[in-house]
Write a new protein. Structure first.
Lengths: 238, 258
C-alpha cells in the first residue's frame, strides 16, 4: 500500500495557534464521544468502522495543487455524516486522522488539532447541517437523496479547505504577505474540483446503500417505519 | 501483503529490540511529547534541530531501524514539502539574491522551518510505526484512557481495511472473468459504478465478522486490555521519558537563548 496523503505537517502553523485548535478539537471530540455513545448500537459499530476504513482508503487519493505546492484529497465528511450521523461521523474522521498521524507519519502529530478541526469538526458539521436541511426541502426520492449527498459533500470539502486558510492567516509560520488571498483562491478552486469528485462518490455510495439497506443510513432514520429492521440470521442469510 | 497481514502493517519491522519491547502507551506518549518539543523550538535555533536529529538517530539504532529505510519512507512528506519549496518565491518582506534568483528571507526561514520540523515529525512517527504493531497501538491508546468508542472505531477501521481491499480484489477478479479488461484509465468507469456495491459487500462481510465477535464474548475492548497484561511499569515509563525529556531540555535551552 503506497501512502501519499499528507495533512498539515509539523511546523506549518505556529505553536500557539496549533494549541488553540487542539483545545477546540478536544472539546468537540469530547462532546462527540458523549453524544455518539447513545448512537452506537450493534448496527452502527461495524458501520462506523467500515466508514472509517473507507475514508482512510479514499484519503489516500491525493491531488497535488501545483500552483501553491499544497495538495488536496477527498475528505469523506459528508459520507460519514450521512451513514453514521454527525457525532460518530466526527469520531470516525478523527480516528482516521489520528491513525494516519501515528502509523503512517501522515500529518504532524502536533498539528492534529488543526486537521481534526478542519475535517472532523467543520467538515462533518457543515455536511450534516446541509443534509438535515436538504432532506427536508427536497422530494423524498432517490434523486433527492443523491442531490443531498452531492451538495453536502461538495460544500463541506470547500468549507473545510477554507478552514486551513483561516488557520494559516492566524498562525502561518511564513508570512505570505498579499499572497494569502492567492492561497485562499487556490484552495477554494482546487477543492471545488475535489468536491465534485467527492460528491459523486458520496452520492453513488449512499444511494446504493439506501436502496438495499435503508436501515443503515443514519440520515434516513427519522423516515424509517417503526418496525425494527431485519437482523441477519445464522449464516448471514436474510 | 506479507504473511503477517492482519497482525502487522506495512511499516512494522519485526525485531526484538529494547524499543520494540517498550509498552505501546509509553512509546505513543514519548512520541507525542517529542513532537511537541520540536514544534515549540524557535526556528532560528539550527543547533537544536541537529540535536533532535541525533536523538532520532540514536533511537533508530536502538530499534534496529536502518537509516536508509527511514530516509526512503520519509518520502511520504514530499507532496506537502512542495509548499515549503514555493515559500521563498511567494514570501513577503526583505529579499536576497541567490543563484540569480530573488528569494524572500522570510520565505527561506519558513521553508527551513517546515522542512526540518516536518521531517523530524515524520521520523518520530515512522519509528513508532516500525516498532509497534497495529494491535499494540490500539491497546496503547486504550491504556492511555482514550474513550472506548474511539478505540472501538479504530479497531474496526484497521480490521475492515483488509476486508475492503479483499472485497475490491474479488470484485475485480469477477469483472475480469466476465470479459472486462481493466486497464489504466478505462477501468475508472467500472470502478466508479461498482463503488457503492463494494461498500455494501464490505459492510455485510464486516457485519458478519462483528456478530461473530459478539457471539464469542467481545465487549468492545481488546482482551489484552481487560486482562491488564503487559501494562507499563514505572521503570518502563522512566526509560521512555528520557527521549522527550532530552528534547524538552533542548527546546527550553533554545527558547532561552533566542
Amino acid at each position: 500500500m503506497e501512502t501519499l496523503a499528507m495533512h498539515i505537517s509539523n511546523g506549518i502553523i505556529n505553536g500557539p495557534v496549533a494549541a488553540l485548535f487542539a483545545v477546540i478539537a478536544l472539546a468537540a471530540m469530547a462532546l462527540a464521544v458523549q453524544r455518539g455513545r447513545q448512537d452506537l448500537d450493534d448496527r452502527l459499530a461495524p458501520m462506523a468502522g467500515l466508514v472509517a476504513a473507507f475514508i482512510f482508503a479514499v484519503q489516500m487519493l491525493n491531488f497535488p495543487i501545483f500552483t501553491a505546492g499544497v495538495s488536496g484529497h477527498l475528505l469523506g465528511g459528508a459520507l460519514a455524516a450521512m451513514l453514521v450521523g454527525p457525532w460518530v461521523g466526527a469520531l470516525c474522521l478523527a480516528v482516521v486522522l489520528v491513525v494516519q498521524a501515528l502509523v503512517f507519519g501522515d500529518g504532524g502529530v502536533a498539528m492534529l488539532g488543526l486537521s481534526i478541526t478542519n475535517m472532523a469538526v467543520i467538515g462533518v458539521a457543515v455536511a450534516y447541517l446541509l443534509i438535515a436541511l436538504l432532506l427536508r426541502v427536497l422530494p423524498r426520492t432517490v434523486a433527492g437523496l443523491a442531490v443531498t449527498a452531492f451538495v453536502a459533500a461538495l460544500v463541506s470539502v470547500v468549507v473545510a479547505a477554507l478552514g486551513f486558510v483561516l488557520q494559516y492567516w492566524l498562525g502561518g509560520t511564513a508570512d505570505l504577505g498579499g499572497n494569502l488571498a492567492g492561497l485562499a483562491g487556490t484552495m477554494a478552486v482546487s477543492h471545488l474540483f475535489i468536491g465534485i469528485g467527492e460528491g459523486l462518490i458520496t452520492a453513488t455510495t449512499v444511494v446504493t446503500v439506501a436502496k438495499v439497506r435503508p436501515d443503515l443510513v443514519y440520515a434516513l432514520r427519522a423516515r424509517r417505519p417503526a418496525t425494527p429492521a431485519t437482523v441477519p440470521t445464522v449464516g448471514g442469510v436474510r | 501483503m506479507p504473511v503477517g497481514a492482519g497482525h502487522a502493517h506495512v511499516l512494522y519491522r519485526d525485531a526484538n529490540s529494547p524499543v520494540h519491547r517498550l509498552p505501546p502507551e509509553v512509546k505513543i506518549a514519548a512520541m507525542v511529547a517529542f513532537t511537541v518539543a520540536v514544534v515549540a523550538t524557535p526556528r532560528a535555533a539550527f543547533w537544536a534541530i541537529g540535536a533532535y536529529a541525533l536523538l532520532v538517530a540514536v533511537v533508530a539504532a536502538l530499534a534496529r531501524v536502518s537509516l536508509p529505510w527511514l530516509l526512503t519512507r520519509s518520502a511520504i512528506e514530499l507532496p506537502f514539502v512542495l509548499f515549503a519549496f514555493a515559500l521563498p518565491f511567494i514570501g513577503a518582506g526583505e529579499r536576497v539574491e541567490a543563484l540569480g534568483m530573488s528569494l524572500s528571507v522570510e520565505g527561506l526561514h519558513g521553508a527551513w522551518n517546515i522542512l526540518a520540523k516536518g521531517t523530524l515529525g515524520v521520523w518520530a512517527s515512522l519509528l513508532l510505526a516500525a516498532t509497534t504493531t497495529t494491535r499494540d497501538l490500539i491497546v496503547g491508546l486504550d491504556r492511555l484512557r482514550c474513550p472506548q468508542i474511539i478505540t472501538q472505531i479504530a479497531t474496526f477501521m484497521l480490521r475492515y481495511l483488509d476486508v475492503l481491499v479483499g472485497e475490491a480484489r474479488r470484485m475485480r477478479v469477477a469483472r475480469i472473468s466476465r470479459g472486462d479488461d481493466p486497464r489504466f484509465l478505462w477501468q475508472l468507469r467500472g470502478f466508479a459504478a461498482g463503488i457503492g456495491t463494494l461498500f455494501l459487500r464490505a459492510f455485510e462481510r464486516g457485519e458478519r465478522v462483528y456478530l461473530a465477535m459478539l457471539s464469542r464474548g467481545y465487549t468492545g475492548r481488546m482482551p489484552a486490555v481487560w486482562q491488564g497484561a503487559g501494562a507499563a511499569t514505572t521503570g518502563q515509563w522512566l526509560i521512555g521519558a528520557t527521549v522527550p525529556l532530552l528534547a524538552g531540555t533542548v527546546a527550553a535551552t533554545a527558547v532561552v537563548l533566542t
